[in-house]
Write a protein that binds this ligand. Structure first.
Ligand SMILES: Cc1cc2nc3c(=O)[nH]c(=O)nc-3n(C[C@H](O)[C@H](O)[C@H](O)COP(=O)(O)OP(=O)(O)OC[C@H]3O[C@@H](n4cnc5c(N)ncnc54)[C@H](O)[C@@H]3O)c2cc1C
Length: 275
């Protein structure tokens, strides 16, 4: 059976949303809950649904209307009973990684570090939902912190009979409580890899080694990998060139690039080998 990810397009929409809560699921992540009437009807159908968030352009000194955008996964959208028995309030959670080197680096990370109830942000999209694949018996998820919200969506949206294997590379064990350990273990076979280990063991390819250790990847397995673009290139080469997996079986998405604030995730990940 072919592997298909159906695409559902949505009406273009830019919404003004108000922060209603701010929490820290783990020290390196800020979860901002947005609400407001403009979120009514927010579409939420695919595991990688994402939005553009608008921030004041940091290159302009002082207050400005000039904006820059950054992409973020719509971790969870829900309609919460408003207690009147008649209506509900829309809520959208977005999880922001606070960059480990410098919490003020980057307008999105800096905004999230200081976010408080009552703050407002413009949110556009998602323009489309690429639905979970059909025709698969197993999905392999590879992610760093920036893609843990997407992993959350994958785990929620994949049919229960689909086997899930996750290779998650994060700074250290302090990130693992991002998921409830019991429900994660019940749904997926997970390997946590720590960058601290990579530094001490001089093993820059620990994710690639873990992926290779999974053995052959059959025609009914889908692979999603997202995170720092440079670290994903060898994974893509292994999957697409060494194993020869077709493009519709593999999604390798650079979510950010070290040292590059203008990173375009639509550009080919590997300039020497575009699709
Ligand atoms: C489809 C998609 C979905 C995404 N979903 C999420 C999400 O749900 N949560 C999330 O946190 N990110 C997510 N990202 C990644 C996010 O868009 C980038 O990390 C973005 O660059 C952050 O913007 P910024 O303004 O904080 O930093 P920028 O101004 O873009 O960059 C400033 C500096 O910070 C570095 N940097 C950027 N991101 C990180 C990082 N994660 N860790 C360490 N250093 C970094 C850059 O290399 C640069 O040197 C997603 C990206 C895509 C394409």
């Amino acid at each position: 059976m072919p592997i298909i990810r159906e695409i559902v397009t949505h009406e273009p929409a830019t919404r003004l949303a108000t922060v209603s809560a701010v929490t820290r699921p783990v020290p390196c992540m800020v979860r901002v809950t947005f609400s407001g009437s403009e979120l009514v009807g927010f579409p939420s159908g695919g595991p990688t649904d994402h939005v553009k968030l608008y921030f004041a352009d940091p290159s302009v000194e002082g207050p400005t209307n000039r904006t820059v955008t950054r992409d973020y996964t719509a971790r969870e959208f829900r309609n919460v009973d408003d207690g009147t028995g008649f209506g509900s309030t829309p809520e959208l959670d977005i999880d922001f990684v606070i960059h480990e080197e410098d919490s003020s680096s980057g307008p999105a990370s800096a905004w999230a570090s200081a976010a408080a109830p009552g703050d407002q942000l413009r949110i556009s999209g998602p323009g489309k939902s690429k639905l979970a694949p059909t025709g698969v018996s197993r999905v392999i998820l590879i992610a760093d912190e920036s893609a843990l919200p997407a992993v959350t969506r994958w785990l929620r949206l994949l049919a229960p009979e689909i086997q899930v294997t996750a290779l998650l590379e994060v700074a250290d064990a302090g990130v693992t409580p991002y998921f409830d350990a019991e429900s994660l273990a019940a749904r997926a076979s997970v390997t946590w890899l720590y960058r601290t280990d990579r530094a001490t063991r001089e093993a820059p390819g620990q994710v690639e080694a873990a992926l290779r250790a999974l053995g052959p990847i059959g025609g009914d397995v889908y692979v999603f990998a997202a995170g720092e673009a440079g670290l994903l290139i060898p994974l893509r080469r292994y999957l697409r060139r060494e194993l020869g997996l077709p493009a519709d079986q593999v999604a390798v998405n650079g979510y950010w690039k070290r040292g590059d604030e203008l990173f375009d995730h639509h550009a080919p990940l590997d300039a020497t080998d575009p699709d």
